[in-house]
Design a protein around this ligand. Structure first.
Ligand code: NDP
Ligand code: 2IT
Length: 453
């Protein structure tokens, strides 16, 4: 069978056996679509049935989460943990709380996580979880009761050497705290079973900042390879959560000017550069909508989502040199990339998971826009989570600078590995291909070493 027919066969059986999981197919198609050269060079992956195995999670857990709201009414949500692949280490990956969450979304995130974690060079397997719970508008008490109920079931499946969840959309320090407290109450053990913990109780310094900082370090590596840098560049950023905020912060450190941010309701354009203190106050402390920004900065513009030109994201219509999609999947489509191209954007660096649609990626590659794929560019978060696990296991506490230095060097090594692998497979500079092949190779070889499991 030709390599292409092998890939097509696995894709077809995935779609037949797991109907309706659109985002998962998108993630699988993107990875498998770049593996042809390594499958041709190494028939062992076909002989050992690696593709058939790698697209099926080792285990997926779906559970009911029942909790009581402030009015005394019983509420019900669905909880998920997909333990995708443990070939190179314990399952590792975040928890997402968002009303759009379903099994297909958790599986796409878990699948991406396998290759991302492999690229970090650290011993972490791939997993993801979450719930269709919507944290928006909920009181602290409601968030706490939900997290406690969620952990009552999740606690049966996680462990320091088994599966270590963390945050993702809708899950930050507050939620990790409530879940950690419940785990401790249930088991009596103070263990590093979650990352992104508070710095007073086992959390690592720099973990909060790590994904955004890492994404900017990655972009700097990409530009340096072209004898360029972020200094003096105009950047557009989407999102205004954990990843976006620390992307904006690090962009300033590198001498760039981030001029946009957004949330699910609209976007801000501030030609002077987004004011970081205001953004943190609005989103991290007050948990408000970003339209509040214009009350403080009267010169800035706010555009609500319903006024965006049909089928586009207004963030990507703002002229920039570099774009950092840092909100959610499929937030940058073909029309958006055409807008970016027209306005002179040179690089798209993905802080979010799978933010660019396949059509947008094809357009970038056909038109010479540099593309830093999420599984490489946003790996700084999970890498620093592993540094948190290391500190917990060895009972050490490293300084902010120590962790930040390690993060910076991990991002450089992910860039080098992706770049060198793209060169090895005769497509120099195609970081998507390089990252996918390098991430895959380590996991696939480990699966072969471990036999028929
Ligand atoms: P947060 O919950 O902190 O922030 C998410 C941001 O994206 C918010 O501004 C939110 O708006 C916006 N957003 C979420 N969903 C949508 C949507 N459907 N449409 C429009 N806007 C939306 O999450 P993070 O910053 O942690 O995550 C952002 C992205 O980065 C995700 O793709 C995540 O998977 C990825 N990522 C996160 C890592 C981490 O360490 N946290 C690591 C690697 C990747 P609003 O405030 O209105 O909800
Ligand atoms: O998508 C991701 O890499 C994350 N949400 C972070 C995962 C982690 O375990 O820190």
């Amino acid at each position: 069978m030709s390599v292409q027919s092998y890939i097509d066969k696995v894709m077809k059986s995935t779609m037949q056996s797991t109907p309706g999981q659109t985002e998962f197919y998108q993630a699988v198609e993107e990875v498998l679509g770049t593996l042809e050269p390594i499958l041709l060079a190494e028939p062992k992956y076909d002989n050992y049935n690696i593709l058939e195995r790698i697209v099926i999670p080792e285990r997926q857990i779906l559970f009911r989460v029942v909790w009581m709201d402030d009015a005394g009414k019983i509420q019900t949500n669905i909880g998920y943990r997909v333990q995708f692949n443990s070939a190179i280490g314990p399952y590792k990956g975040g928890l997402r709380f968002h009303p759009s969450v379903n099994l297909g979304i958790i599986k796409f995130l878990g699948f991406e996580q396998i290759f991302k974690n492999s690229l970090t060079g650290l011993s972490i397997g791939g997993g993801k979880g979450g719930s269709n719970f919507d944290p928006k508008g909920k009181s602290d008490g409601e968030i706490m009761r939900f997290c406690q109920s969620f952990m009552i079931e999740l606690s049966k499946h996680i462990g320091e050497t088994r599966d270590v969840p963390a945050g993702d959309i809708g899950v930050g320090g507050r939620e990790i705290g409530y879940m950690f407290g419940e785990y401790k109450r249930l088991t009596g053990n103070f263990e590093g079973i979650l990352t992104g913990k508070g710095v007073n109780w086992g959390g690592s310094l720099t973990r909060t900042e790590a994904t955004g900082f890492g994404s900017v370090y990655f972009a700097e590596n990409v530009l340096n390879k072209q004898d360029d840098s972020l200094k003096g560049k105009i950047a557009t950023v989407s999102g205004s959560g954990n990843v976006a905020i620390y992307t904006i912060q690090k962009l300033y450190d590198m001498g760039a000017t981030p001029v946009t941010c957004s949330d699910s309701r609209g976007m801000i354009y501030d030609k002077n550069g987004i004011d970081l203190d205001s953004l943190k106050l609005i989103k991290e402390i007050n948990r408000q909508s970003i339209d509040e920004y214009c009350l403080i900065h009267k010169h800035a513009t706010y555009l609500p989502v319903h006024s965006y030109p049909e089928g586009t994201n207004a963030v990507w219509a703002v002229p920039c040199d570099v774009a950092f999609p840092s909100a959610t999947q499929n937030e940058l489509n073909l029309e958006d990339i055409k807008n970016l191209h027209k306005n002179g954007c040179k690089l798209v660096c993905e802080g979010a998971n799978m933010p660019s649609t396949p059509e947008a990626i094809d357009y970038m590659q056909a038109n010479g826009i540099m593309y830093a794929p999420g599984k490489a560019a946003n790996a700084g978060g999970v890498a620093t989570s592993q540094l948190e696990m290391s500190q917990n296991a060895s009972m050490q506490k490293w300084t902010f600078a120590e962790v930040d230095d390690k993060l910076r060097s991990i991002m450089k090594s992910i860039f080098d590995l992706s770049y060198d692998t793209s060169k090895e497979f005769e497509d120099e500079g195609n970081l998507m291909k390089g990252a996918n092949i390098a991430g895959f190779r380590k996991v696939a070889d480990s699966m072969i070493d471990q036999g028929a499991v």
